[in-house]
Design a protein around this ligand. Structure first.
Ligand code: NAP
Length: 439
């Protein structure tokens, strides 16, 4: 497979390759889903629960394709899978298995994890129309049943919408993956495999939260407070705000991270570690004076309150986020990394007519538009480090402990970094913007 891809073999030759009966994959085990009982979140170690080894290749459903995965990435959901929090993902897969004959394949004693991939289509199912062997693709993670009526306005509203490689099996942290044809997008030609692999999940999520019509719909001049602005989703959010004529106020936790943002063109930056905000006095008591201090710091930088707050840390910041948003402003949230039982003071919320939007990944159109922005060199992957597939546990450990910036890429079939570029002209034009996060 790899020889054919590296030799740029024809689609016909790639389509004629024999699909192996098993493949190398990063997986968690159902037998271990209780392994962390009684252990604190921080002490649960992905290096122990993420296994690397061969798993059997499932048959291809008519609407699916086999993808030879050249590279993938670590998303926070792989951390969640590996620590079996907030739930074990074997439950959702068992429910998926009850939906159809083909869906039964997902209920296995193992789960191949990973929700990003860049690679090459090897074979297509009999119902696939728009893709063929040899196509170079990236994969978005929205796994939708297109025969369900509820999937046909906004597919994220589908009753049985799932995240591939998190709530389904056969994910992207592997040499081979099985995805629905409606998860495929063209690989941005100016990127290497590892650069192309890190964006689909985080970039699409930030696009929906800020740009698409289902999120906060940022407009020119909006002040946007972005938590974790050099993290996976935050680093794309900062780019969208800059691109769209907004004014980003970016929060990070170190001078190095602040430096990355400055080089990106962000002017208003808060180092939350240096500021030492203590939004909670103890586990049950907020400190409103600290919310006010954050608000004052934001006004000190940009002269006004945020029109939009890009929220995802959750419990530790949510009270402050809802407080500092402008009268009539919007808080858009997609996560709760620090805890999902969140509290806020509703008096400040209703009296100042604020809005709260829950957001989750992106529908196919939104993911496609976000991918298009990358293909045009208008948004850039935020790759910081690259690990080989057999060190995925270590890579996930680093994300779990916030030891990274941007995105960590993982090489699957790609034998080395730097391969896969076909549009050198655009690459030269984009230049250093591709390397802002590289260590
Ligand atoms: P990430 O790369 O780990 O970045 C998160 C950033 O948040 C960190 O870099 C950190 O930045 C900041 N942060 C962490 N804890 C914080 C706290 N207690 N207070 C303030 N800031 C804090 O993760 P990510 O990929 O951006 O994902 C962030 C969250 O969104 C995760 O929970 C993930 O599961 C979720 N997510 C959800 C969706 C969805 O579709 N619903 C999609 C993608 C991600 P600093 O230390 O520099 O401040």
């Amino acid at each position: 497979m790899l020889d054919a891809i590296l030799a740029d073999a024809s689609g016909a030759d790639i389509g004629a390759l024999t699909i192996p009966e098993s493949y190398r994959a990063v997986h968690v085990l159902k037998a271990e889903q209780e392994m962390w009982a009684g252990v604190a979140s921080n002490d649960k170690d992905p290096r122990q629960s993420l296994h690397i080894g061969d798993v059997p290749t499932p048959q291809l459903a008519p609407d699916e394709v086999y993808v030879a995965v050249m590279a993938s990435s670590i998303n926070f959901n792989t951390v969640w899978s590996s620590i079996f929090e907030p739930i074990s993902t074997f439950g959702p897969m068992a429910r998926l298995a009850r939906e159809s004959e083909w869906a039964k394949r997902h209920d296995q004693p193992y789960q191949v994890v990973g929700s990003d991939a860049a690679g090459v289509v090897l074979q297509v199912g009999t119902a696939v129309r728009n893709w063929k062997p040899g196509d170079r693709v990236t994969v978005h993670c929205n796994h939708v049943d297109d025969q369900d009526q509820s999937a046909h306005d906004d597919s994220m509203m589908a009753a049985n919408q799932r995240i591939w490689g998190y709530e389904t099996n056969f994910g992207g942290l592997a040499d081979l993956s099985i995805v629905k044809a409606n998860q495929l997008m063209p690989k941005p030609a100016h990127l290497t495999w590892e650069e192309a692999a890190v964006s689909a999940l985080c970039n699409s999520t930030s696009y929906r939260m800020l740009v698409g019509r289902n999120g906060a719909q940022m407009k020119q001049g909006d002040v946007v407070l972005i938590w974790g602005a050099t993290g996976g989703i935050g680093a794309y959010a900062a780019q969208y705000v800059l691109n769209g004529g907004g004014i980003p106020v970016c929060v990070v936790s170190s001078p190095d991270k602040a430096d990355i943002l400055r080089r990106m063109g962000v002017e208003a930056i808060i180092d939350r570690a240096a500021a030492g905000y203590q939004f909670w006095k103890d586990d049950h008591t907020h400190d409103e004076s600290e919310w006010r201090r954050l608000g004052k710091d934001i006004r000190g930088l940009v002269g006004e309150d945020p029109d939009i707050v890009f929220e995802h840390p959750g419990r530790s910041t949510f009270g402050a986020s809802t407080y500092v948003a402008k009268r009539g402003g919007t808080i858009v949230t997609c996560a709760a990394t620090s805890g999902f039982m969140m509290e806020f003071d509703n008096r400040h919320f209703w009296m100042r007519l604020k809005r709260l939007i829950g957001s989750h990944f992106a529908n196919y159109k939104e993911a496609w538009e976000a991918n298009r922005m990358i293909s045009k060199g208008m948004i850039h992957p935020v790759l910081s480090r690259v690990f080989p597939l057999d060190q995925t546990g270590e890579a996930a450990y680093q994300v779990h402990h916030n030891m990274h910036e941007g995105k960590i890429g993982v090489l699957a079939l790609a034998p080395e970094e730097g391969l896969g570029v076909t549009d050198h002209e655009l690459r030269d034009k984009v230049g250093d913007k591709l390397h802002l996060f590289r260590r």
